[in-house]
Design a protein around this ligand. Structure first.
Ligand SMILES: C[S@@+](CC[C@H](N)C(=O)[O-])C[C@H]1O[C@@H](n2cnc3c(N)ncnc32)[C@H](O)[C@@H]1O
Length: 284
């Protein structure tokens, strides 16, 4: 199983950058209250576009055999990992850097009784160690937080068996220059975004083959519009509802101007592997 470098609670040598990133995440975007509000919008156990429906569709596209092993990078509240175990009979190791996120995820794991098939570990995915154990590395809207993409894809490559699959979605961007509002949003969140083609090249540069990068922004816009409707029906006080509504309207505006894109990426590590069928992201 993949290990994160461990210092007491899950670390061996937490470096200063990792510590700063964890503190930034847990004191800004992923305060417990914010996580629970995101979850209300995205759906139980999820903090990513489309909630369980999108996750189910993407996990299906991985085409893994029962019992295959998956690394869920930035597992958040565990939604995808729980789905993989319950509906696809997969074995999943999730890793997430937010202590707030993982504390909630661990409570859910206990309540769902899935600990025999799902492990949740606190840590920085850039610090993962371990040897080519996984049939797939899967991630949903996490890598926007990660600036060192070369290291990220090298780590994920090393985590996979020969023939292992990489599948992830992520926030992406259109060509620069961006609108001032979008540039300020990206800076405020400390995001590191790429254009779809540029992202695909970064994946290929790590040694992956059959790299596919799809601009899935149209689907992203549809989920944002569905989220906006859902926000109107949530049990929220008027200020919270206004804030969430405004935040989602801004996401929609950014996507409609073309600055904000949503990408779906798939690739495989060269070689052949048992435990999975050979399918690409365009297969249904
Ligand atoms: C938008 S949330 C998505 C969570 C989950 N994948 C989902 O689909 O609900 C992004 C997640 O990435 C995690 N994350 C950010 N940087 C990370 C890193 N370097 N290592 C592990 N997790 C990270 C955050 O803590 C957060 O839980």
């Amino acid at each position: 199983m993949a290990r994160t470098t461990n210092h007491g609670d899950g670390w061996r040598g937490m470096n200063e950058t990792t510590k700063i990133t964890q503190e930034f995440l847990d004191t800004s975007q992923y305060l417990e209250q914010s996580i629970l509000q995101y979850e209300q919008v995205y759906g139980t156990d999820f903090v990513s576009p489309g909630g369980a429906d999108t996750a189910r569709r993407l996990i299906g596209r991985l085409g893994l055999e029962s019992g295959a092993r998956v690394l869920d990078v930035g597992c958040g509240l565990g939604g995808s990992a729980f789905l993989m175990a319950r509906e696809f009979d997969l074995r999943v190791d999730g890793v997430d850097l937010s202590k707030n996120m993982l504390a909630i995820a661990r409570r859910k794991l206990d309540a769902y009784g899935l600990a025999d098939r799902v492990s949740l570990r606190w840590g920085d995915c850039l610090e993962l160690e371990g040897g080519a154990d996984y049939d797939a590395a899967y991630s949903r809207d996490v890598f926007l937080h990660i600036h060192d993409k070369a290291r990220l894809f090298a780590v994920l490559y090393a985590s996979l068996r020969p023939g292992g699959k990489l599948l992830f979605t992520d926030y992406c961007c259109g060509a620069r220059p961006w609108a001032d509002e979008f540039a300020a949003y990206v800076e405020d969140r400390a995001y590191c975004l790429h254009e779809i083609d540029e992202y695909a090249r970064l994946i290929a540069a790590a040694g992956f083959e059959s790299v596919e990068g799809e601009d899935a922004t149209a689907g992203f816009v549809e989920t944002l519009m569905a989220d906006l409707e859902r926000i109107e029906g949530l049990q929220l006080n008027p200020d919270e509802r206004d804030r969430l509504r405004r935040s989602w309207q801004q996401k929609l505006e950014r996507a409609r101007t073309g600055d904000h894109r949503w990408g779906l990426f798939a690739a495989r590590k060269p070689g052949s592997s048992s435990g999975q069928r050979n399918r690409g992201i365009t297969d249904d």
